[in-house]
Design a protein around this ligand. Structure first.
Ligand SMILES: [Zn+2]
Length: 87
């Protein structure tokens, strides 16, 4: 399903009241102990503080996507740095 990414007004940022700009973002989710990244998610992003807002319909589609174990299994894998916290 293709979601129209332009023309939606996300309104103001709840934190700093800056007008949100629509961008395609990457969102990361921990699912069953594994990190899954969903790319090209249309979201309202605050240019001031970085707060991100997704439409409820987009949120629902993401929930469906990350519930699809087969799709996740077939997705290209990337490796990410994992560092330990140090005092
Ligand atoms: Zn903000």
């Amino acid at each position: 399903m293709k979601i129209k990414t332009s023309g939606y007004d996300y309104g103001e940022c709840e934190i700093c009241n800056t007008h949100l700009q629509e961008k395609c973002i990457k969102q990361d989710f921990w699912i069953r102990g594994g990190l899954v990244i969903v790319e090209d998610v249309p979201a309202g992003v605050c240019p001031q503080c970085g707060e991100k807002v997704v439409k409820s319909e987009v949120g629902l589609l993401i929930t469906k996507l990350i519930d699809n174990a087969e799709k996740i299994e077939k997705a290209p894998k990337i490796s990410v740095p994992a560092i330990k916290f140090e005092m």
